[in-house]
Design a protein around this ligand. Structure first.
Ligand code: SF4
Length: 219
């Protein structure tokens, strides 16, 4: 818990100006739509930090729960507030990431949605002999993207990771591309090799310019 709080404070400080900007549009948008914002300050501030990090890394305000898909139409739909929000609020009471919810959602409803989200992301990862195999995760029914995706699996692994490099197997070229973008943003070294069995990505975490690992949805 203490480690999580320290990580949050570091990220919050790093993105403080961007977070203020996110907060302004989030409040305005929620009021326009009659939606509520997640009443957990920790959760809503984390989501503002993660949105800021997505924008800083990928150049667009992508949903913090999904990495860019590489499909221009879907990626546009996934910019926050995404095109799935109304449908998801109808189904869960909140959007997928539990940032926005129904105006009259009670405490139990918010809690249930946060637990749904945690359940999706806090899953056992497939790490074998020092290689993180990110393939085979369930797909989100609306976006057709894995949960947790390679980016979130990487972030979850790096929390408390002591290794100098991280080797990962990803299924799609876009996932490798996203990891390369994240590596460039954080100052990690990056290399990849393709085989019939997938793409193996190696992140060199020892690079002196590397920035700290940030958390993400449900972590
Ligand atoms: S699921 Fe929520 S946080 Fe994610 S993009 Fe949609 S509205 Fe934004």
């Amino acid at each position: 818990m203490l480690k999580m709080m320290i990580g949050f404070m570091k990220d919050y400080w790093k993105y403080r100006d961007a977070v203020k900007k996110q907060h302004r549009w989030i409040v305005k948008y929620a009021a326009q739509k009659g939606y509520a914002i997640n009443p957990s300050l920790m959760m809503s501030k984390n989501l503002e930090v993660w949105l800021s990090e997505m924008e800083a890394t990928f150049g667009k305000r992508y949903c913090p729960c999904f990495e860019p898909s590489g499909d221009a139409k879907l990626d546009k739909q996934m910019c926050c507030p995404c095109e799935f929000i109304d449908d998801e609020i109808d189904e869960y009471g909140t959007c997928h990431c539990a940032l926005f919810g129904r105006g009259d959602l009670d405490k139990a409803g918010w809690k249930a949605s946060s637990q749904r989200l945690m359940g999706e992301y806090r899953v056992p990862l497939n790490m074998k002999e020092g290689v993180l195999d990110t393939r085979g995760m369930p797909l989100d029914p609306r976006r057709g993207l894995p949960i947790p995706d390679a980016m979130h699996q990487m972030k979850a692994t790096l929390n408390g990771y002591g290794g100098k490099t991280l080797k990962m197997i990803v299924e799609r070229d876009q996932e490798a591309k996203n990891l390369e973008t994240i590596a460039a943003f954080r100052g990690y070294g990056f290399s990849k090799t393709a085989s019939d069995d997938g793409i193996t990505v190696t992140l060199d975490l020892e690079n002196k310019n590397a920035q700290g690992a940030s958390g993400s949805c449900g972590q």
